[in-house]
Unconditional design. Sequence first.
Length: 343
Amino acid sequence: MDVKEMRDNARKRMKGCHVCPECNGKACVGMIPGFGGLRTAHSFMRNVEALQEYGLIMRSMAGVETPDTAIELFGKKLSLPVLIAPVGGIVLNAKVEGDPEAVEREYDEAVTQGAMEAGTLAFTGDSGAAYMYASGIESCQKRRGFVIPTIKPREDVKIIEKAKLAEAAGAPAVASDIDAATLINMRIFGQPVGPKNADSIKKIAASVHIPFIVKGIMSPEEAIACVDAGAKGIVVSNHGGRILDGMAGTADVLPEIADAVKGRITIFVDGGVRRGEDVLKMLALGADAVLIGRLAAVAAIGGGAEGVKLMLDTFKRELSDAMMITGTADLKYVSRTILKQIK
């Protein structure tokens, strides 16, 4: 399978995504449920634009011939700093035909197996129907140590209950996407979700013996609050521009968040990452690793586990090239001096 075949297959199967040549939010404005951006899709588009406003600076005389793309995360060595973002509700969002439970299981199997084969991890999603989280737990049990289940911002007691399931299934960490507090999809299912505070984060983090990751952080103040509450990771994310219009992009806020908490907590980021060069930009801006959502969905739906591994291998190759030409030997420290703000 090559990238063209994978994307052609995805285009035939998906009605909630156009599988555009450039995934920038312009062709899927307001496609919610779906993979578009909310209302005007400005938040989705800003994620892409904010990252494009940085250019990489060549240092081709640095003599870096074999850059090391590996990182260590929660005691596990990964082949590259790219993980699969949590995506749930495949029939609802991707609008793939079929039995919803079977399609969800097929998707989770594809992203988790593909990620494992590529030497990295996959987050799995959650939504209103019980089978959506359960499907991720099943994949977690099959691939212990490679799957991070993600829980919607339900009542604290419900999050703790689901977090313990993840821990028992062999997850290396568990997450909650607190930025889904107003998600339309959850309202469709009649599931109560809402905003979380530092006390909730502290209670949940203390309830399990694996790292707790808070997804949906867009300010230094909340990043610091997560550190103080005992969380071990944050995801700088605006939920792909799907929960609020008119937001800043993740690359807009990442540097100040990194300045506040770098080294005290693992920093993930998503939004607008389309190539290996974008991964290096995000790391230079302060992230430890990035999450890929929409492109991973296209890869999984169009090519199964093989498509996901192909996508991740492509990211790895592009990242290696970007590291070589910018003189970045490894990812233990990526200097911001390799970036120039060009707009």
